[in-house]
Design a protein around this ligand. Structure first.
Ligand code: PLP
Length: 352
């Protein structure tokens, strides 16, 4: 039976990327060595890092004011590393709490300085985004989660602000062309649109660093990582290599314009199907719906288990909603073919 991988993360990767990664485990770049065995300071691997950095900047259309880092600890570590590097008692972090991940960013930032939650959408179970943000004048940075992976909302236009703008793009990075240059710091934990798990991309405008009054341990200091060319210590070599393969794949497919076309088509197909079928219901405000993660429900919750059973039987993987949200969540990352979304929609129609 053909499987359709709708996992929210780690999630589907392009088959070509998996084949190339598998080949490199046996023989990397004709070195006769495995990618798992080469030194991280060899020219072979230094080239991997620098090519990946270049592709990321090219895809994002960013200039040399920005640096690209490959760090560890996941997006979760960025919840503390961002405030540790940018926030002290003289400033303030304005954070949008639009779901599970934004909420964690609030908690961690509070350890390092004053925090104001400038948007809290829990009144409607995070089914919309509030775009009227009231930032105090001493705001150092505004933090948004560009795509709320768990709740199924996505910022389609970013807020304008005089403060620095920080974005957790873990689940929608490279999903379409977007105004990356509005941000001063972007981070994304692999693996959603880019794999494999074990690496976190941080893209940071250099000039914003070194402005606060705090001693920062070297391993957590963005400046130290920049000075070391993202090779401060042994990086996650294999994860970075698989990320490079994913980035090459995105460019070969036609870049972010093509990713955007495909992702919009998949999302439209799925949301149209949900909206048309009487058995299903998507509570997310139409203008805020995510093109990556669709969250929706059975009108009759007692039929949910039967629908999930049917999905399992038909090879639909990972479509059960997040434990605190329930319902159905279908993740349609870059590598997901529209044919799989079509198959899923046909299954929904057959369910009624
Ligand atoms: C998956 C995810 C995270 C958590 O990433 P880890 O790498 O597991 O720490 C954080 N933020 C968002 C938006 C995510 O989708």
């Amino acid at each position: 039976m053909q499987l359709h991988n709708f996992n929210s993360g780690p999630s589907i990767l392009p088959p070509q990327v998996l084949e190339q990664a598998a080949a490199a485990i046996h023989n990397f770049n004709n070195t006769g060595l495995s990618i798992l065995e080469i030194g991280h300071r060899t020219s072979h691997f230094v080239e991997v890092v620098s090519e990946a950095q270049q592709i990321i900047k090219r895809l994002m259309g960013l200039d040399d004011a920005y640096e690209v880092l490959f760090l560890q600890g996941g997006a979760t570590m960025q919840f503390m590393q961002v405030p540790m590097n940018l926030l002290d008692e003289n400033g303030l972090a304005a954070i949008c709490d639009n779901g599970v991940w934004g909420n964690k960013a609030v908690k961690e930032a509070s350890i390092f300085g004053p925090v104001k939650v400038v948007s809290d959408t829990s009144d409607k179970k995070h089914t919309y985004l509030n775009k009227q943000l009231d930032l105090p004048t001493n705001t150092t940075y505004l933090h948004i989660t560009t795509n709320n992976t768990v709740e199924g909302t996505q910022w389609h236009q970013y807020p304008q602000t005089n403060a620095l703008l920080v974005g957790d793009m873990s689940s929608d990075i490279f999903c379409r062309p977007t105004a990356f240059n509005q941000f001063d710091l972007i981070y994304a934990g692999a693996q959603k649109n880019m794999g494999a798990a074990g690496v976190t991309i941080v893209v940071v405008k250099k000039e914003i660093l070194g402005k606060i009054n705090r001693k920062i341990p070297a391993i957590l200091d963005y400046k130290k990582h920049i000075e070391a060319g993202s090779l401060l210590n042994t990086p996650p070599v294999f994860s970075i290599y698989v990320s490079l393969l994913t980035l090459r794949w995105i460019e070969a497919q036609g870049g972010l314009v093509e990713m955007g076309k495909r992702n919009n088509a998949k999302a439209q197909l799925l949301y149209d199907t949900i909206d048309q079928l009487p058995a299903f219901h998507c509570p997310i405000a139409k203008e805020d719906r995510s093109i990556m993660n669709a969250v929706f429900f059975l009108i009759d919750p007692t039929r949910e288990a039967a629908f999930l059973d049917l999905c399992k039987k038909e090879g639909m993987i990972g479509v059960k909603g997040y434990r605190t949200v329930g319902g159905i969540r279908v993740s349609m990352y870059n590598a997901m073919p529209i044919a799989s979304v079509q198959t899923f929609c046909d299954l929904m129609k057959s369910f009624g």
